[in-house]
Design a protein around this ligand. Structure first.
Ligand code: FES
Length: 372
């Protein structure tokens, strides 16, 4: 659960965040290790998460009215369901005395509490409370602000976030031809990794490690030397992972895609914790939720272009699982290293390789300072 006490960030982190916010940090460097290891930082970050757009999964995972899945986000149990008129994100907490309503995923025309059988419609309206004459409207389930961005469902728990279209307006030209809204969910998983959530997000979004860590997996396709940062925007950053000239490419692609788009993965970080590698015929994504300062739950999948054969989809997914395993091994070691008394943040590589991390620091610094 969220700790709402006043938090004191470590002095060195505080000074670095102030410099980022005020524009006086000029030489890109990794922030001091407590940024990744101090529980006080995480408590403040959770407040930033509350006011941000957080990805819950793919809309095509719940194609029909009544389909639902559940998620716990920052200690809040949620139901993600498709009502008759679109997706709803509901509280998964009964308004009678607080029982969790449903678990897992499935299809249902109503949600009935297993405790005393209060029953809610797909839009969260209370429709039945046994033996109680006239339950009031405040017994309906809270409905959280949600949006669909290119087929991914996002929630904003406190209802204060600016619309995603506003935050991502300058991202649209980089991704529109991929038609990611047409991708199909394949095999979504939730994995627990022993690393701070930012360590995993940064790793997904920097190309510096591609060659050394993924020599036999990603390097033959997207080597470090071909990474090209794009400017980024208010709510995102990204880079192009261009394909090696010897990489043959992958199957059918959308006819709208340019030659360049057919020969690259567009890497996108929607702040704070959604990362996406959009390839010519698939999109590998992770939605990250902190689970303590040294652990993260990564909801991930490789969603594939509609019409691909299942065997091809499986091949794409297996490839992602292979490089994810390589990253996990490295990142769990890094997290241990960050706890060393002598650990320090070093210079970041040039922008094409680690500039996304520097962008992220500039996004989160003012928000953390405002939330302390
Ligand atoms: Fe749900 Fe009582 S707690 S009906």
């Amino acid at each position: 659960m969220l700790d709402r006490t006043h938090d004191h960030l470590p002095d060195n982190v505080m000074q670095e965040l102030i410099a980022l916010r005020d524009g006086t940090a000029t030489a890109p460097r990794a922030l001091a290790p407590p940024f990744y290891t101090d529980p006080a930082v995480l408590r403040v970050e959770e407040r930033v998460f509350l006011s941000s757009w957080l990805c819950l999964g793919r809309a095509d995972a719940i194609p029909n009215a009544g389909d639902f899945f559940t998620r716990d986000v920052l200690g809040e149990p949620l139901i993600v369901t498709r009502a008759k008129d679109g997706v709803r994100v509901l509280s998964n907490v009964c308004r009678h005395r607080g029982s969790r309503l449903v678990e897992g995923a499935g299809t249902s025309s109503r949600f009935t509490c297993p405790y005393h059988a209060w029953t809610y419609g797909l839009d969260g309206t209370l429709v039945r409370a046994p033996l109680i004459e006239a339950p009031t409207a405040d017994c309906n389930l809270p409905v959280f602000a949600s949006e669909n961005w290119m087929g991914w469902i996002f929630v904003n728990l406190d209802g204060t976030a600016a619309p995603m279209a506003e935050q991502l307006a300058d991202l649209e030209p980089y991704v529109r031809n991929y038609h990611a809204d047409e991708l199909r969910t394949f095999d979504p998983r939730a994995e627990s990794w022993g690393v701070n959530w930012k360590g995993l997000a940064e790793n997904f979004m920097e190309g510096y490690h591609l060659t050394p860590v993924h020599l036999k997996t990603l390097h033959p396709m997207t080597p470090t030397r071909l990474c090209e940062k794009v400017p980024g925007g208010a709510g995102w950053t990204g880079y192009k992972a261009h394909f090696d000239e010897n990489f043959s490419g992958r199957g059918e692609v959308h006819p709208d895609m340019t030659e360049e788009e057919r020969r690259q993965s567009m890497m996108v970080w929607i702040y704070p914790s959604f990362v996406l590698g959009l390839g010519p015929n698939s999109g590998t994504y992770m939605s990250l939720l902190p689970d303590g300062v040294d652990r993260v739950v990564a909801h991930w999948d490789t969603a594939c272009r509609d019409g691909m054969k299942r065997a091809e989809m499986q091949k794409c997914w297996d490839f992602s699982a292979a490089f994810n395993a390589e990253d996990k091994a490295r990142l769990e070691e890094m997290q241990k290293g960050l706890h060393s008394r002598w650990a320090t943040g070093g210079p970041l590589a040039p922008a094409d390789y680690e500039g996304t991390i520097w962008d992220f620091y500039h996004w989160i610094a003012p928000r953390l300072l405002a939330a302390v």
